[in-house]
Design a protein around this ligand. Sequence first.
Ligand code: CA2
Length: 160
Amino acid sequence: MTTHLLILNGPNLNLLGEREPEIYGATTLATIEESCQAYADVLGAKLDFRQSNYEGQLVDWVHEVRHAVDAIIVNPAGLSFHSIPLLDALKVFSGPIMETHISNIHARDEHHRHSILSSVATGVICGLGPYGYIIAMQAAAHLLGTIPNNLPEPIRIGPA
Ligand code: CA2
């Protein structure tokens, strides 16, 4: 069966590339989506890529897909630091959750350092720029055991 991945993006990420390029780079969210769709093809996976500025919408999406997708990759953006509703919604999902941030949140100011959502994430990727989304997809497929056989062993299996 085809692996189904969901990438969720939180508030303000629709503005990527427009402001604060020194922190978040110049790549737009549309370009990130294009690249993720291309990598989904490499993985033989189906990808849903969504963004919302509304906490409740993100919560609704997690509820909606909880039995339909195999892994969730989430950049919760500003919700990372206070959203108990998103934390609770993610808790009901039983597959891998890859929390992904473009910037290195640990190297930032106090407000941006502690994501409460990390406690329910299977893995956390940050500081790799938009490339982190690709790594998160790969890690999710690895955890699901669905990386295609035609990809090299270090990508499929890694150190044994
Ligand atoms: O590095 C990330 O991906 C973040 O999740 C981005 C959040 C920030 O609050 C997190 O600490 C780290 C901010 C998203 C705001 O998006 C913007 C987009 C364009 C210009 C300015 C902000």
